[in-house]
Structure formats: structure tokens, C-alpha cells
Design a binder for this molecule. Structure first.
Ligand SMILES: Cc1cc2nc3c(=O)[nH]c(=O)nc-3n(C[C@H](O)[C@H](O)[C@H](O)COP(=O)(O)OP(=O)(O)OC[C@H]3O[C@@H](n4cnc5c(N)ncnc54)[C@H](O)[C@@H]3O)c2cc1C
Length: 348
């Protein structure tokens, strides 16, 4: 996959997530999460918010194998990250630079995936110009130079997790780090003549950052469905190949009536909305779509006055439903499978 595929060939992006989710039941979720951080949260935000020079850098970094991370979540904010952003980035007109800073430890970024290995970061910080806060904006910076953290950046391991320890998660603190003017992802808003300038009316930076999180939820929902199907398939393969004693000789475990019935029932119940949701989401990415305060809506790409349509709202319902199905029914199914198996073992 290329650095710009999210916009130019979004089908590759969604297909890659599906493929990786098939492996996650066997090898762990780490690589899949790193993939989505690299191509959706990091590169996707640069594509969405960056000017053409910034977007062009993605291909260079891709060729060099440089990794990126996405620093949004703050310790104090947690689930309210994005609504609450206490990390600041203050414009200094005399220096023509920004000063990035976490004023207290509540503003430290935490849970940052790939944060212990990434060279680059998109950091979400509250932009301050002439003493006035302008809200969350994305800044593109190098957090490591030749593998070492740059001055003013401290990264710590978040510690052991209950799952997914093949993924590195970091707490990252910024203390008075000077960034060049070019670090502001300024496709929609920037600094001109010392003033904050909104370049496209009606497009807020936070809406475009939110779009990355929305696409993230779409792929997570799709991936969960693939994960549940892979788990189901491996359990079924086991039962198809496991021979049980019977007076006529060995029969497959899956031919035992309780389990055979369960398989038929589960095959009928399984929803199939995954491809529909991803095709729609891919189309929205191709069109440079955006998420608005009123919900997920497809935008008109380069023309901000183009009308919205209601299509993706159905997807908002369908994909979380599919995820909920995967988790509840998948777990329920495995539970029923195990209790049936226990009964069979008892009978034997
Ligand atoms: C594996 C992993 C990878 C991640 N990768 C990244 C990344 O790359 N970049 C990034 O920016 N972030 C990342 N995150 C952070 C993730 O987005 C946050 O974990 C998430 O936003 C929740 O924040 P929190 O963990 O601090 O939970 P908290 O905010 O502490 O919430 C804990 C619980 O309390 C509930 N709760 C919180 N506030 C309220 C309230 N006011 N009312 C009712 N209930 C409430 C929540 O629903 C939740 O159940 C990652 C997290 C994980 C676990």
C-alpha cells in the first residue's frame, strides 16, 4: 500500500484491514493496529489537513520506511479527547515558529500507538495566536532523529496490557518544543501576516480530524466482523476434523446433532453488511469527505458548497450493529459451542 492510497485507492486501504484481521486471531492485533495508525490516523490526517507539500512528503517517508504516530488522547481528557485539548501550540510572530507545550501532566498524550518506535508524529494541540485559542489543530513533527527523541519530547511505555502486547503504546510529553511554521497542517486554516486565517469557510480542522476517527471506527467495526468470522471458521475447522467415537466408527464432532444445528443456525444469523459499509466509506475517502457536527455525511470534495447526502447515516447504524453482533453472538456462539461440547464429553 502507498502513502496516498487512502485518497487515491481507498479500496486497498479497506481490503488490507480485512486481510490483517484474518491473521489477528492467530498472531495478535498489534500489526493491524499499527497499520491503521500509520495509514489512517497518521497519513490520513496529513492527507486530510495538509497542504500539497506536506502530502507529498508521505511518499518520501513511505520509501524511507519512516513510521508515524497520532497524538490526540490526553490523560485528563480520555474519552473526551478532541473536545478537551490542553496541549498548546503558540504562534511566535517574531521567531516565525510555534511553541509546543504540555502545561501540566493531564495534558500529556497517552496510549499513543507506535509511539515508542515512530519517527514522525501528528500532534493535536490547541493553536494560540496573539493570545487567543483557535481550537485543536494538527501539527506534523519529527519526534525522533536517528532513533533518538528530539529535545523536549519524553516518551514512556504505558506498561503491560491485558491484550495486544505486540503493540507499543506510549505516554508522550512535550515541553517547550519549537516547531517551524511548516509544521502546521494548514490546508483549511493557517497563519498569514501574523494573523489566523480560515482558508475554507465552513470547514473546521476538528471536523477533518474527526473524519479520521470516523473512518477508524468503520475499519474497527469491519475488522471485528472479520475477526469473529475467522474465529468461528477455525472453531468449525477443528470440529469438522475432530473425530469422535461412535458405534459405527469415528464421526466428525461437527456432525453431532447439537453442533450441526448450531452451525446451521449461526450461518443463517450472520449479517453480511461489511462490504457495503466499506464501499461507501471508500467512496467518501476518495471524495475528500468530512464529518460534520450533525453526524457522518459525505462531503462534496474540493467544492465546499456541494450538497451533502444522507447515505452514510445508514452505515453508521449498520456497522456498529455488525460489531455488536460479532461480539455478542460470537461470544454467545462460542459459549454454546463449549457447553454443547461439554455435554457431549459428559455423555461419552
Ligand atoms: C490499544 C490502544 C491504542 C490507542 N491508540 C491511540 C493512538 O494511537 N492515538 C491516540 O490519540 N489515542 C489512542 N488511544 C487512546 C484511546 O482513544 C482512548 O483510550 C480513549 O479515547 C479512551 O480514553 P481513556 O482510555 O483515557 O478512558 P477514560 O476516559 O479514562 O474512560 C474510562 C471509562 O470511563 C468512562 N467515562 C469517561 N468519562 C466519562 C463520563 N464523563 N461519563 C461517563 N463515563 C465516562 C468511559 O466510557 C470508559 O468506559 C489508544 C487506546 C488504546 C487502548
Amino acid at each position: 500500500m502507498g502513502g496516498n492510497d487512502l485518497r487515491e485507492a481507498p479500496e486497498n486501504f479497506f481490503a488490507a484491514h480485512r486481510l490483517l484481521s484474518e491473521y489477528a486471531t492467530r498472531v495478535g492485533p498489534g500489526f493491524g493496529i499499527r497499520f491503521t495508525v500509520q495509514f489512517n490516523l497518521f497519513a490520513g490526517t496529513v492527507i486530510a489537513l495538509g497542504n500539497s507539500q506536506q502530502v507529498a512528503l508521505l511518499s518520501e517517508w513511505q520509501a524511507q520506511g519512516q513510521l508515524g504516530c497520532f497524538c490526540l488522547t490526553e490523560k485528563l481528557a480520555g474519552v473526551n479527547s478532541g473536545l478537551v485539548v490542553n496541549t498548546t501550540c503558540t504562534w511566535d510572530e517574531s521567531k516565525q515558529m510555534f511553541l509546543l507545550d504540555c502545561p501540566n501532566d493531564g495534558a500529556y498524550k497517552n496510549w499513543i500507538s507506535q509511539g515508542l518506535s515512530a519517527d514522525m508524529a501528528v500532534v493535536i494541540a490547541n493553536l494560540i495566536v496573539k493570545g487567543k485559542p483557535k481550537g485543536p489543530h494538527g501539527f506534523l513533527m519529527k519526534i525522533r532523529q536517528n532513533g533518538e527523541l528530539v529535545s523536549g519530547v519524553v516518551a514512556k511505555d504505558m506498561g503491560d496490557k491485558t491484550i495486544g502486547n505486540d503493540l507499543d503504546n506510549a505516554e508522550i510529553a512535550f515541553s517547550q518544543v519549537w516547531l517551524p511554521k511548516e509544521s502546521l497542517l494548514d490546508k483549511y486554516a493557517g497563519i498569514e501576516g501574523g494573523e489566523y486565517v480560515q482558508k475554507q469557510k465552513g470547514v473546521s480542522n476538528m471536523d477533518m480530524i474527526g473524519q479520521r476517527l470516523y473512518t477508524g471506527r468503520t475499519v474497527i467495526a469491519g475488522s471485528t466482523l472479520v475477526f469473529a468470522r475467522s474465529l468461528y471458521q477455525s472453531a468449525k475447522n477443528y470440529a469438522d476434523n475432530k473425530k469422535c467415537w461412535s458405534p459405527q466408527g469415528g464421526v466428525p464432532l461437527s456432525s453431532v446433532p447439537q453442533l450441526a444445528h448450531l452451525y446451521v443456525q449461526t450461518d443463517q444469523d450472520r449479517p453480511q453488511p461489511l462490504r457495503y459499509g466499506c464501499v461507501e466509506a471508500a467512496e467518501r475517502e476518495r471524495n475528500g469527505a468530512r464529518l460534520t457536527a450533525t453526524g457522518a455525511q459525505a462531503g462534496g470534495g474540493a467544492d465546499p458548497t456541494a450538497p451533502f447526502h444522507e447515505g452514510p447515516a445508514s452505515e453508521c447504524v449498520t456497522l456498529p450493529k455488525a460489531t455488536a453482533w460479532s461480539l455478542t453472538n460470537g461470544i454467545d456462539w462460542l459459549g454454546r459451542f463449549r457447553s454443547n461440547q461439554a455435554q457431549i464429553w459428559e455423555i461419552r
